[in-house]
Design a protein around this ligand. Structure first.
Ligand code: ZN
Length: 1013
């Protein structure tokens, strides 16, 4: 008996792959090549822009007027071109012969690989007059030939950007730094060929593409799949592969009924929205993004002007501003299509920022600056928050977005979770204050769909609200590095509109979709709190200089705005509008979701560090100027306090005499040191370890007995992929402990412990605060490590299963145990200025000045109970995309304070981040004082009326009656973040310049103070 199964007994289903193989081969090797017939080759000349170091073709971008005047030299193809990051202008001349039949195109092959558009060479094409025609990239490399015979001339601005995310990805590269990138040409300009287009063959290719894709999404025993497969076989039987052009119509006629069979009555509804995710910087510098925006919008407009009907979602006001500056003519065409409704501004933000790390005020300004520009240039604001690619989303966002005019929120990033599948696609997202915003996660799980049947089928399968809703949004178009929709995608959309076996696809706007989705989900589910992304957890730590610059300038913006507002109101000087706006816009750009998280190439972070230094210098000068104006000519030693909390006797947002109320006593007893004030007492052993931290008022010992504190952990940190982005849970298992110090010395009132390890050094300086209630530790690190993370180790004798972490305008409580998969996956988290671990009536606040990442370990104490070890993440050394990430000297500062509750933690956070500035002059009365709420920003109104804007928030998570005292001649009303009346919040005058209103927990209230009414 044979073990072989007789042929006739093999399942008939095995015929399906055979049929599909036939379809795919004929499509790829016969039909697609027959779409175009070569007619003539173009003559090519070039002008490689020479770099400052003399490398031909490695020069920085040159504007069109200069390129037009440049001498172009004829070249023969194929021809090498393009050192990394260079610019080469090509002039293509093609003769269109008389009586050339049909539609003609010019196909350009700059030498790219047929993948990764936006990650390798790209170009922008202009006609002879300089008018922008369209962009060129590996999967969209054709140019239209307008009617008429004779010579047609194109000017191609080609960018030889290196491919940094190659296969395999995440290999360290020197190409991300202008100084270390090579100088050899990366590309070979292969061809520029005039071709005649056969629309019928192109139509056949699209038919086969969609029908074969559709068939492959259906079950093998589905009659529809078999019908599609056999129909395609009959069509291919009718196709002469030796003469595709002559027989394409016959084949299409056989396919037509399969495309005309309508979708099921209850088929899923998919709204296609054209899009091009353009990272404002990532594996390319900011200046390249400016060109990506132009190429992408040129592509969009080329399609729209050719008669294609679709909608294109356009986020990021900064990109719009760049386009207006760089390409006024193209920008006018964009404006026309926005007025038409085809291009739809979305998001309302200055850039698609990181949504975890920026301060609350920064996120407000992302919206206010963004919406302001969209309104100025397009006459319309954005109706929703479009943020598909950030690495987690703060629970403060629903409130901030709604107060900024957003009615909905969209992202897809949570589909990247490593462990847990997010349970919803359409739902209400409830923020920390209770604000709810209707939210959609596109079920296609990408922001760059190609509209293939397979992707739409994925959306149908993954959609979570089945039975309650039936609609999803599908963003389509090449993204990350831009590119946008193509005519091939639109050809798919045309065929997928209403076809049996697929979701019913229509072109629409985001608003179209959200209206439909909200209408069908009568009682949507609710997700409360942050969207924690179970991936990219190291983005709270990587590129610490970029993060430090951001935190520093957020504080300095507050300084400058606070003092200039008071100075302007008191008639002491003119508010520096342009300077402040410029600083804000650069800080906002630096919060883009690959810059602030530290995931861009070296070039980007080097520029950002310099930008932050420039902004700091400018803001320091501005703030100092205002402080001197306010201080006047008096001779007292006063200090300015821009924070919203009184400090060392200096009033909040005022200036007065600071008092050091509690000097430090430092003593050495032979075995170690004691550092004490009237409130706390620290004991260090001879090796520099913190052995005891006594809170004298409560008598509580904060350091667990026998546990090393004030030490460092050097954690191996080589993630599975995504080096700058990720840190893995397994890396928590075996930290290298640095628990003895080489040197322990007393310096003034402080104690310095220093240690050398591997190739690096660290120095910890311990001091007590002026009021004697806080311990400060400054950690100076000279870091020369890779693939490791350095953590400060702070074990706390606090028994708790959760901790409070500051976020924008409030805080969030997260479990620190690992009861569930969700808890365990949240092993490295973000924190703003402070965190707090507490028991009833006692706790410890830990504030930082610029480190955003941390984890908390729980351990059982031998004597019973548990303690928690807080480990702020200081510094890493990933090698991709910047092989020199974080190398060099850095300083991190922390404050530890025993306290009874959140209020002191909030105060400690401000003290750690806002310095007192000493000046000689007279004390300065605050312009406003507040109770029951904290002032987060004070500035002049954007309408330049002279009104004052004061933004406050409830910081404790407890409803309060807020009061503000303002000058007697001011009236007060509540406004939105866009500074428009907010009638929901009633502000009541209590007389004598005092106004009050009710605050719900974590509520943000913005007030407009108007003089003289
Ligand atoms: Zn992105």
């Amino acid at each position: 008996m044979s073990l072989c199964i007789p042929l006739q007994e093999k399942t008939v289903h095995e015929q399906l792959p055979l049929m599909d193989h036939r379809t795919q081969r004929i499509l790829a090797q016969r039909v697609l090549p027959a779409c175009h017939t070569p007619v003539a080759e173009a003559r090519v000349s070039w002008w490689p822009v020479t770099g400052p170091d003399g490398v031909v073709g490695q020069g920085e971008p040159v504007a069109w007027p200069s390129a037009r005047e440049a001498d172009h030299t004829p070249i023969q193809l194929p021809h090498p071109w393009g050192p990394p990051w260079g610019t080469t202008w090509f002039q293509l001349e093609v003769e269109v012969p008389e009586h050339a039949p049909g539609e003609l195109e010019l196909h350009v092959d700059l030498g790219w690989s047929d993948h990764s558009p936006g990650f390798q060479a790209e170009a922008l094409a202009r006609d002879e007059s300089g008018k922008v025609i369209k962009g060129l990239h590996p999967l969209n490399h054709w140019l239209p030939i307008r009617e008429g015979t004779g010579t047609h001339v194109f000017h191609i601005e080609a960018a030889s950007n290196p491919l940094l995310l190659d296969v395999p990805p995440f290999i360290p590269t020197a190409d991300g730094d202008r100084a270390t990138a090579g100088t050899d040409p990366l590309y070979i300009f292969r061809s520029a060929v005039l071709v005649r287009v056969d629309h019928e063959v192109r139509g056949l290719a699209a038919d086969l593409d969609v029908l074969s894709g559709l068939a492959n999404t259906l079950p093998a025993d589905s009659p529809r799949r078999w019908r599609l497969a056999t129909t395609m076989q009959r069509a291919l039987d009718a196709l002469d592969t030796e003469d595709v052009a002559a027989t394409a119509s016959a084949a299409r006629a056989i396919l037509l009924p399969a495309l005309e069979l309508p979708a099921d009555a209850d088929a899923m509804s998919a709204t296609a929205v054209g899009h091009a995710h353009i990272d404002s910087a990532w594996l390319w510098p900011v200046r390249e993004t400016r060109r990506k925006v132009a190429r992408t919008l040129a592509n969009v407009i080329n399609l729209l002007e050719a008669g294609h009907r679709f909608h294109f979602a356009l986020p990021a006001a900064q990109h719009v501003a760049w386009l207006a500056e760089d390409h006024p003519e193209l920008f006018e065409r964009v404006k026309n299509w926005v007025a038409d409704g085809a291009i739809v501004p979305v998001g309302g933000m200055w850039v698609e920022s990181d949504a975890v790390l920026p301060s609350g005020e920064s996120l407000c300004r992302q919206f206010s600056e963004g919406q302001k520009l969209f309104e100025e240039v397009f006459g319309q604001r954005c109706s929703g928050m479009w943020l598909p690619d950030s690495f987690g989303y703060s629970g403060a966002l629903p409130q901030i977005a709604k107060l900024s005019g957003a009615e909905w929120f969209l992202t897809q990033k949570l589909s990247w979770n490593q462990v847990n599948s997010f349970p919803h696609n359409s739902f209400q997202w409830e923020g920390i204050d209770g604000t709810r915003i209707f939210t959609h996660f596109p079920a296609v799980d990408t922001y760059a769909s190609n509209l293939s049947p397979e992707q739409l089928d994925h959306a149908r399968h993954s959609y979570k609200e089945k039975g309650y809703g039936n609609s999803t949004l599908v963003p389509f178009g090449y993204g990350d590095g831009g590119g946008g929709p193509t005519r091939e995608m639109l050809a798919r959309a045309d065929r997928m509109g209403d076809v049996c076996g697929a979701p019913r696809l229509r072109q629409g706007t985001p608003d179209d979709f959200f209206k439909e989705a909200e209408a069908e989900l009568k009682d949507p589910e609710v997700w409360v709190g942050e969207f924690y992304l179970e991936l990219h957890r190291a983005t709270s730590t990587s590129q610490c200089s970029t993060k430090r610059g951001n935190r520093r300038n957020e504080g300095l913006l507050r300084e400058a705005e606070t003092w200039w507002t008071i100075a302007a109101v008191r008639g002491l000087g003119d508010y520096p509008w342009e300077e402040l706006q410029d600083c804000w816009q650069h800080v906002l750009l630096g919060q883009f979701h690959d810059i602030l998280p530290g995931t861009s190439i070296a070039w980007v972070h080097q520029q950002m560090t310099k930008a932050h230094e420039r902004i700091s210098a400018e803001l320091n000068a501005l703030a100092r100027q205002a402080r001197l104006l306010l201080a006047g000519s008096g001779d007292q030693d006063i200090s300015f306090n821009a924070s919203p909390v009184n400090r060392d006797g200096v009033p909040a947002m005022g200036a007065g005499t600071a008092r050091r109320t509690n000097p430090t006593r430092l003593t050495e007893d032979g075995d170690g040191w004691q550092m004490a004030s009237d409130h706390i007492e620290l004991t260090f052993d001879g090796s520099g370890r913190l052995r005891s931290f006594l809170d004298l008022s409560s008598g509580r010992e904060i350091i667990p007995e026998g546990v090393d504190a004030g030490i460092l952990h050097l954690v191996p940190d080589f993630p599975n992929m995504w080096d700058a982005w990720d840190t893995e849970r397994f890396q928590r298992k075996a930290p290298a402990v640095i628990n003895t110090f080489d040197e322990v010395t007393a310096v003034d009132d402080g104690l310095v412990t220093s240690v050398a390890f591997r190739s690096s050094t660290a120095k910890l300086t311990w001091t007590l605060s002026e009021d004697g209630r806080e311990v400060r530790v400054d950690v100076d690190v000279d870091w020369h490590e890779h693939d490791h993370m350095l953590k400060l180790v702070l074990p706390l004798n606090v028994h708790t299963s959760e901790a409070a972490f500051e976020t924008q305008f409030g805080h969030i409580r997260r479990a620190i145990h690992e009861n569930t998969g969700w808890d365990a996956a949240r092993f490295e988290v973000s924190v703003h200025r402070w965190m707090h671990l507490g028991e009833m009536g006692f706790g410890v606040a830990i504030a930082n000045d610029a480190s955003y990442g941390c984890d908390v370990l729980r351990d059982a104490h031998p004597s019973g109970g548990t303690y928690a070890t807080v480990r702020p993440s200081l510094i890493r050394g990933p090698r991709f995309p910047d092989p020199e990430t974080d190398q060099g000297e850095h300083r991190f500062s922390f404050s530890l304070r025993p306290c009874t509750g959140i209020a002191e933690a909030v105060e400690t956070g401000y003290r750690r981040n806002m310095d007192l500035f000493p000046v000689t002059g007279d004390p300065v009365e605050p312009l406003v004082t507040a109770e029951g709420a904290l002032v987060e920003a004070i500035k002049l109104a954007e309408d330049r009326s002279g009104d004052v804007i004061v933004r406050l928030y409830e910081s404790l998570g407890s409803a309060s009656l807020a009061r503000i005292t303002v000058p007697l001649d001011f009236t007060v009303e509540a406004v939105s973040i866009l500074e428009e009346p907010q009638p929901d919040t009633v502000i009541t005058s209590c007389g004598s310049g005092e106004w009050s209103w009710a605050m719900r927990p974590f509520q943000i209230v913005t007030l407009r103070l108007t003089k003289g009414i």
